[in-house]
Write a protein that binds this ligand. Sequence first.
Ligand code: ADP
Ligand code: MG
Length: 729
Amino acid sequence: MATIRFKALDVLLNRKPVEVKYPSDNVSDYYGENVFGIEKMRRYLSIEALKNVEKAIETGSRIDRKSADQIASGMKEWAISRGATHYTHWFHPLTDATAEKHDAFLEIDKNGNAFETFNGDLLSQQEPDASSFPHGGLRNTFEARGYTAWDPSSPAFVIGKTLCIPTIFISYTGEALDYKTPLLRSLAALDKAAVAVCKYFDKNVNCVNVNLGWEQEYFLVDEALYHARPDLSLTNRTLMGHASAKDQQLEDHYFSSIPERVSAYMKDFEIEAYKLGIPVKTRHNEVAPNQFECAPIFEEANLANDHNQLIMEVMRRVSQRHGFKVLFHEKPYAGINGSGKHNNWSMATDTGINLLKPGKTPKNNTQFLTFLVATLKAVYKHGDLLRASIMSSGNQHRLGGQEAPPAIMSVFLGTQLSNLLDELEKQIPKDKMSPDKKTDLKLNIGKIPEILLDNTDRNRTSPFAFTGNRFEFRAVGSTENCASPMIALNTAVAQELKKFSIEVDSLIENGIKKDVAILKILRKYITETKAVRFEGNGYSKEWLEEAQKRGLSNITSTPEAFKAYISKETIELYKNCDVLNKRELHSRYEVRIEGYTKKIQIEARVLGDLVMNHIIPTAIKYQNLLIESVKGLKEILEPDEFKVITERRIMTIKKISEHTKFISLKAEEMIQARKIANKIENPTEKVVAYDNNVKPFLEQIRYHVDKLELIVDDEIWTLPKYRELLFNR
Ligand code: ADP
Ligand code: MG
């Protein structure tokens, strides 16, 4: 009987690209058709209700009960016209996915007649029985209630037959249990601090928004093969598998033409994305075989993040129609590139200025420098927090490899811009500034746009790079909710901007002119943050040494990195900016370490099962074949001949014994290590036990499994091999 591996390969050979038709020649004809945006609201809402929503979106004001009822009723009518039968609050719990619980619009009246209903209460707030979401000790078991509350700043949408309403998710006592709540708080903190700084330059600025453009990398694998690999289907990564003879050495995948089956899939999910108002723009092959990327046009950060979560969901769903599984894991395969999710981040004013883009006048450029340097300072001061925000059991396999930035947080500005900061540092005097000096300085600052025109450096090895009009946080993992790094970054920058205002104001109070005061503080910050600027190769050994000399931390242990969530500095920072309180931070820390522990635990279990049920039995089967053949040869050959002919075969038999012996021994030790770790109550000690005492077995066992894969007859090997998983479109 054919093994599941060969059945899967059979399925694969018979796959055909699915035919996908565009709903219309122009995307604009169907773009956003499943979103209850302002245009639809105009049609379905009263003028008063519409005004209320618009105000809530702009200022975060509350929507009164009467308007909420009207909005709910309009929303329902629209959703039903789009085929919806159910509604749900859609939120981002502290897991790798969004959550939803569907309720029908259906209601029954006194006489037993059915009718559709949805009102302001149901729209604004719900009380899901949320006791099974991660909460890190925030919800006592006797108080399992959590609340979801409508976020009007992100529009409702219809997916399938369900109206989805983006919401925040908080505990009975008001603490955040999700990503969206602190994201919104961090955006508010940054808005406030940035507006105050903008006022030095332009009194007309009333609001600063954060823009986010994410780039989502992913792998595709044939669904049949995926199901034949329990490690992939249970942990989203391969826990074993010998390298394919050919993988990415020829560098022939990146930007090459997209295979037809994949291209049909991309087209299909892009159509869905457009209907949901997600402005996907870019698609291409990535470096590793079967690895791809998609990126939209940037949007306001909260909306962009909802869209990222949504598109991941859409991509998962649509992949089924094409016989694919989409892998968002950071490192599904050892030895080839993993996947990241670059977060392109910038700040823009309501007057239409991108604060990270140099302007036309020295004044604009000084403003640009202020925001640039404040960001440098944020990364410098809160690098540990930024690292914690992107670390995970998956991302740890990627960071510090020859493909992704290391665990040292540094900023790449490009040599020219970096040199300019050095020059400014020298040029701005510590004390008095003569009028001539001031003119020189302004000339220099005025040159920034030209400098940036030449600045085509692209440093792929930096975790945090300036790319002309934005920063690109490149260390983020492909599974991560963008909110996690965005919360940390927004808050850290808000804090540094606040400090900047305080310092500038104090100089002004002491009689120093505003523009001189700003320059002086900029100079001080340039000096203070020098250590975080790095233009060289982040993969090099020299950088590890250099970073150490500069006092930059390099934390490669994931459990250790998570501790930055509960450091004194972070607690201060988040309290200062009203983003998360101490209890909320502790809960986040616990959620992270528990998630990490559980993932290692699952991987260890899956590997244990696989070696006992697949690898060892297969190896023994093959070994027996060899033994039979040796015995047979002994009967028919002369002793001398026999020795020469079977020498290597007997060596193979012995090798198989060695590998299987090692594997079963280590599998047993791994079980023991897990048992010991499981008994530990304290989560911080437990995660360390898993990290130090369980995790290393995964690699050790894998080494021998991969050796066996090379030895054993391909015909009886039960698990799809790397070459099959990676070259199967
Ligand atoms: P690359 O791979 O060269 O970095 P991509 O085109 O794949 O570039 O992605 C760049 C992302 O950055 C896109 O989502 C784009 O919309 C976004 N972006 C461009 N300008 C800004 C900006 N000012 N603020 C935030 N994101 C931006
Ligand atoms: Mg990029």
